[in-house]
Design a protein around this ligand. Structure first.
Ligand code: ZN
Length: 379
């Protein structure tokens, strides 16, 4: 068997392969690599294509908050795919975020992208949605800085990929941004104008992330308890997808911030095929920490104490459980060695739980069989 048999394939190949089907491809943010093998095994057993991803905040040249550089993340994902013998997956750079658009920031971002490409990434999400001009007189003016930064970085990726296919996701409307009246949602016209402008510039993304009512991570009640997320605006999401289709732009929607959304709701009410990529991040971290509670109580207690000591003072008035829940991700890099040297019994439980939870996601997303659809389009 060839060495690269289970390496990642272009994100564009996966999204192209499911075009027109009522399917959402899961994109899992793997903050702790131990879950990856279970996810790949479930992908294999259900014939579901999958994206493995980390955002810039999670994984960068300094290790982000997970301790992973692009190179290390790639190695871990390739190992896990090989162990599970699964072939239809993409290695995706989630949220390559641009916050100011300054020349230094763009330059640093290109260095990150170069490292991702060197590490074998096959898909990229440019997120310049923060560069919204609230003073703009029309949609183009509001989005102009986002269009410029996204175009610049997309051309950079294309040059560095040297003719190889790759996935491209772009973002309009900052996810989770609120004004006085609540979450700000992306309008259909914004998404259409944004994609049209990019295409005029020679940039052709397969997928667009929009603000449609979701929030990254958990949602809490007034007492700081984690509650279900029911805020994704499905009619608005359908309207954006329809506008993109009516304008023949060939772009699907990436749903960010799925953690906490009940899977029966996803199964029965998400517009599959309008949404083509579904990001699940915090959920996988919860799987690991929930298992640590029972299998590694001493380590869990240490992580808890470190997080509360560090982030308690920064969050006055918040209940301890919410402070821990919202900031325990920052402990992953701090406790990197301990997290990756737990007992095999612990890792076995993590893999099994990741496997079972993945089955449910793949089922709810309608992605059973999607890997074969993609495989057919490969030579
Ligand atoms: Zn996101």
């Amino acid at each position: 068997m060839q060495q690269n048999t289970f390496g990642p394939i272009p994100g564009s190949t996966i999204l192209g392969g499911i075009s027109g089907k009522k399917t959402i491809i899961m994109a899992a943010n793997i903050r702790i690599a131990t879950v990856a093998e279970g996810i790949f095994k479930a992908a294999k057993d259900t014939d579901s294509a999958v994206f493995m991803e980390l955002a810039r905040s999670e994984c960068d040249l300094n290790g982000g908050y997970t301790g992973f550089t692009p190179k290390l993340f790639s190695e871990k994902m390739n190992e896990a795919a090989k162990a599970a013998e699964f072939d239809i997956w993409a290695l995706h750079a989630d949220h390559i975020s641009i916050k100011t658009g300054s020349p230094q920031e763009i330059e640093g971002t290109k260095q990150l992208i170069d490292a991702q490409i060197a590490a074998g990434y096959t898909s990229f999400a440019i997120d310049a949605s923060h560069l919204f001009n609230f003073e703009g007189k029309n949609v183009r003016e509001e989005l102009e800085k986002n269009i410029i930064a996204t175009t610049d970085l997309a051309h950079h990726i294309k040059n560095r990929m040297k003719g190889k296919d790759f996935g491209l996701e772009v973002e309009v409307g900052e996810i989770g941004r609120k004004d006085g009246e609540g979450l700000i949602l992306t309008k259909p016209q914004e998404a259409v104008e944004f994609i049209k402008a990019l295409q005029e510039n020679g940039v052709f993304p397969q997928v667009i992330a929009i603000a449609n009512g979701s929030t990254h991570g958990h949602v809490y009640d007034a007492a700081g308890n984690v509650i279900e997320q029911l805020s994704i605006d499905i009619p608005q999401t359908r309207a954006v997808a329809k506008a993109l289709r009516d304008n023949h732009l060939h772009v699907g929607i990436a749903q960010h911030g799925i953690t906490g959304t009940p899977r029966d709701l996803i199964n029965q009410h998400f517009p599959k095929g309008d949404i083509i990529k579904g990001n699940v991040g915090t959920f996988w971290q919860d799987v690991v920490f929930d298992i640590f509670k029972v299998y590694e109580p001493a380590l869990y207690k240490e992580i808890q104490e470190w997080t509360l000591q560090k982030y308690g003072p920064l969050n006055p008035g918040k209940k301890d459980k919410q402070v821990f829940d919202g900031n325990c991700k920052m402990a992953i890099k701090e406790f990197f060695k301990q997290i990756y040297s737990v007992d095999e019994e612990t890792n076995k439980a993590i893999r099994a739980m990741a496997y079972a939870e993945s089955l449910i996601f793949f089922r709810a997303f309608g992605s059973y069989g999607s890997a074969s659809l993609v495989r057919k389009t490969l030579k």
